[in-house]
Design a protein around this ligand. Structure first.
Ligand SMILES: Nc1nc2c(ncn2[C@@H]2O[C@H](COP(=O)(O)OP(=O)(O)OP(=O)(O)O)[C@@H](O)[C@H]2O)c(=O)[nH]1
Ligand SMILES: [Mg+2]
Length: 457
């Protein structure tokens, strides 16, 4: 379905050297032709449009030259949107851009709404819905892990897996429905044991995708790492050392940090968000109490915990006690806690830290070990094992629905339901998978997804 209307928008933010205006739709070339005069073919020559063949020339405003531009045409359907597309690179002058867009509008080209180019790409079958969502994710990705995840989806690996599952269910559906046509003869085209086996396999695939959600989400947003421990253990000093800047206040007065302090660090392409917290202790100070509540909250929402012990004043048994208390009281059962012994510089040589990483936040010793431990923990949590990860709540919800749908098929299969009932169940279970890729969908879902985009995308 090609759109009747031609749209245009600035696709790059102003502030750089070049501003790219993208035009898409049946009138793209005519609208551009009205203002563009390519070099090299005589003053009034009309451009010779060739797919992906760039032209350089003047952009005219009446008899005046507005700008010198590069024009790159894409012939439908081999373009981002699947329509005729022209990308025009102007100099990034606010005036030039505004003027050119105005000129295009006089040619009947209307301003694009947010995400409209990508929406057209989806509508014209250039990408499915999961891929279109990945465009937005890629645009938002600020570090390697998030970008890689988005790129996997954008290239269609996720969609392929979903489609394979859906098609496999559809095959069984078709066989079951075929049985209906031969209902007199009591034949079984769809082997019930094969169906049961296939459902098991697909359930497993769905579960393993679902298991990537927590990690996927954390990778996208940055993994929150809470730095916790007794007052004066050196948490703020450690935060500053990791970030290599004086981010948090440090003093020898216990209870210095009253509020949580957060900042980010990218390690080997993965973004970690370190949260320095108020030292946890019993206190009567109302402000410190509030701070400690926040520490507990930070512990809860963190993906990993750095538990800092003061090697000078604390024993291993004490740290173990603390960890046990957190796990029990705060329900941190499975949360990874990395134990760190700080202030090793003031201890005599030969001191054994027991279990834990010996560091001196003050001297910067052991920082590398902490970073490696964080990355190692990430690997233990499954990072790097999964080629495809999900990070969108929409995807998680639909995959869960599919699992429930398959559970129903299995129940009915085990209770010996008839083929037509099973076919119906299967179609139900397929639906969420089809919604994932936008095979079926409502205007509301589309509006929500494409509304997340900026104009020009
Ligand atoms: N010798 C030594 N002193 C350290 C080290 N790390 C921190 N300190 C000192 O320990 C004191 C407390 O450090 P902070 O970083 O403020 O400790 P904190 O854990 O943030 O304390 P609160 O915010 O009060 O909970 C300061 O005087 C630091 O200079 C270290 O590795 N070696
Ligand atoms: Mg502090």
């Amino acid at each position: 379905m090609h759109s009747e209307q031609t749209i245009a928008a600035l696709s790059t933010p102003l502030g750089g050297g070049i501003a790219l205006i993208r035009v898409s739709g049946p009138q793209s070339w005519a609208a551009v032709q009205a203002h563009f005069r390519p070099y090299g073919r005589g003053e009034l020559a009309e451009p010779n449009w060739q797919h992906r063949s760039a032209l350089v020339g003047r952009w005219m405003d009446g008899n005046e030259i507005l700008d010198e531009v590069v024009v790159l045409p894409f012939l439908a359907p081999q373009s981002f949107t699947g329509e005729d597309v022209v990308e025009i690179s102007f100099h990034a002058s606010a005036y030039v851009v505004e003027r050119a867009l105005h000129q295009l509008s006089l040619q009947g080209v209307r301003p694009a709404t947010a995400g409209e180019f990508t929406r057209r790409a989806f509508m014209n079958g250039k990408m499915d819905l999961a891929q279109a969502e990945a465009v937005a994710d890629l645009l938002a990705a600020g570090h390697k892990a998030a970008a890689r995840m988005a790129m996997q989806h954008l290239r269609g690996a996720f969609s392929e897996r979903i489609n394979a599952m859906r098609n496999s269910l559809l095959d069984f559906c078709a066989l079951l429905e075929l049985e209906l046509d031969f209902s007199e003869e009591d034949v079984e085209f769809a082997s019930r044991s094969d169906l049961s086996k296939r459902i098991g396999q697909i359930e497993q695939q769905l579960q393993s995708l679902l298991q990537t959600y927590t990690m996927g989400r954390a990778l996208k947003q940055g993994i929150p790492v809470a730095i916790v421990g007794k007052p004066n253990a050196g948490k703020s000093t450690l935060l500053n050392a990791l970030l290599q800047e004086e981010r948090a206040l440090v003093s020898d007065i216990p209870g210095t940090t009253r509020d949580t302090v957060e900042d980010e660090l990218v390690l080997e392409g993965v973004r970690f968000r370190f949260i320095d917290t108020a030292g946890i202790r019993d206190t009567e100070d109302p402000i410190e109490k509030l701070g400690i509540e926040r520490s507990v909250e930070a512990l809860r929402r963190s993906g990993m915990v750095l538990h800092l012990g003061d090697a000078q004043n604390q024993t291993e048994a004490e740290l173990e006690q603390e960890e046990l208390r957190w796990r029990e009281r705060l329900g941190l059962e499975s949360k990874p806690i990395l134990r760190i012994w700080n202030k090793m510089d003031v201890l005599e040589a030969g001191f054994k830290a027991g279990s834990g990483i010996p560091v001196s936040a003050k001297n910067g010793q052991g920082l590398e070990e902490i970073k490696q431990a964080l990355l190692g923990q990430l690997t233990d949590m499954g990072y790097g094992n999964q080629d495809i990860m999900i990070s969108q709540a929409r995807h998680k919800g639909l995959l869960e629905e599919a699992v429930h749908g398959l559970e129903r098929v299995r129940q009915h299969l085990d209770s010996g339901y008839s083929g037509d009932m099973l076919a119906l169940d299967l179609r139900q279970a397929m639906r969420p998978l089809e919604e994932l890729t936008g095979h079926i969908g409502t205007e509301e879902v589309l509006g929500h997804i494409f509304g997340r985009f900026c104009i020009g995308k």
